[in-house]
Design a protein around this ligand. Structure first.
Ligand SMILES: CC(C)(COP(=O)(O)OP(=O)(O)OC[C@H]1O[C@@H](n2cnc3c(N)ncnc32)[C@H](O)[C@@H]1OP(=O)(O)O)[C@@H](O)C(=O)NCCC(=O)NCCS
Length: 172
């Protein structure tokens, strides 16, 4: 288990989070659904910093049985967020969605980042993203409310987002 930070089992899969390998740049761009050359170039430095905090941003690969199938991003901005708090985002390749990986990664993130000193991790998702909402709920993260008109969307209007969080003191 090369460079694995933590691991967990969902059914028959071995799920880990670990830095991307250099050879996985194209795969990481596919996970991000990049199509334009400018997107690839802009992403290069973030990819090179995988597994390290770079400014306010941290990203690692989600690995299922030795293959990178997604990305976990974590954000902590010292200028705008209280100490000990972080926000996360997850992306999983379509062919690996719906198999419990997202739920497992949320549980695994909780353990990993609480071990590293954080006490609250939150995430939010478009009100239409039922899969992510279900993953938060299955992982035991609590619904905290709606951030209204938060994120620009393809239909031209900012969408409402549902906010979920887990704290060190929550009973799981
Ligand atoms: C959202 C995402 C991270 C969830 O990860 P995942 O591995 O697919 O999630 P899981 O398999 O652990 O759980 C998903 C649950 O949602 C359910 N689900 C998925 N799509 C659904 C839908 N349209 N309506 C209702 N439930 C849905 C699944 O059935 C599953 O629940 P179940 O186990 O009770 O059947 C993943 O699907 C993904 O990467 N999507 C694209 C990027 C994205 O939306 N990222 C989140 C941005 S905030």
């Amino acid at each position: 288990m090369d460079h694995a930070d933590s691991y967990s089992c969902a059914g028959t899969y071995l799920i880990t989070v670990r830095p991307f390998h250099d050879r996985e740049f194209d795969l990481a761009c596919k996970i991000q659904e990049f199509t334009e050359p400018e997107q690839f170039e802009k992403y290069r430095s973030r990819f090179a910093d995988s597994g390290k905090w770079a400014d306010h941003y941290f990203n690692i690969a989600i690995d299922v049985d030795g293959v990178a199938v997604g990305e976990l991003q974590v954000r902590h901005c010292r200028l705008s967020m209280p100490p000990g708090t972080a926000e996360i985002g997850i992306r999983i390749l379509p062919e690996f969605q719906g198999r419990g990986v997202g739920t497992e990664v949320l549980q695994l993130s909780r353990a990993k980042f609480f071990d590293e000193g954080f006490h609250r991790i939150c995430g939010s998702t478009d009100v239409t993203n039922l899969g992510m909402q279900r993953a938060f709920e299955k992982a035991g993260w609590r619904f905290e409310g709606i951030s209204r008109a938060l994120m620009p969307s393809a239909d031209g209007l900012p969408h409402d987002y549902r906010v979920y969080a887990t704290t060190r003191w929550d009973e799981m």
